[in-house]
Design a protein around this ligand. Sequence first.
Ligand SMILES: [Zn+2]
Ligand SMILES: [Zn+2]
Length: 143
Amino acid sequence: MSHEGIRIVDEREARRADRAPLPREAVDPAKVCIHKTEGTGMEIEWKDGHTSGWTFRWLRDACPCATCHEAREAAGLSPGERRPASAPLLPMYEAPPCPNSVEPAGRYAVVFHWNDGHSSGIYSWDFLRRNCQCEECRKGKRE
Ligand SMILES: [Zn+2]
Ligand SMILES: [Zn+2]
């Protein structure tokens, strides 16, 4: 009799499991849709059948480059989380984030050239899948 697969996962272990490699089909896109004209965001259909979606706002705020990562760490934010607005007296108009172009980075990632000039972030399939913003995955993370 095998006990494989029957494990009691405590919180610490669950977090470690979160870093465990994902199945290949889960991080291999079958179809990538970038809704640039609509300005809405990106959608990926993975080979394991799951469909992920992210808004450009989320993607911009989740930029994985070292500078943005450190800024988020310092502010205690997780990827895609917005810094609470400091309510300026004269709010400046800020164009909603949208990529001017999106380029593949090898076979494992994409690079966004954002309309604010930023383009240092390399968004790996792994990073995107782990931060899937679909209803189902977000619910799973909250629980
Ligand atoms: Zn960045
Ligand atoms: Zn999902």
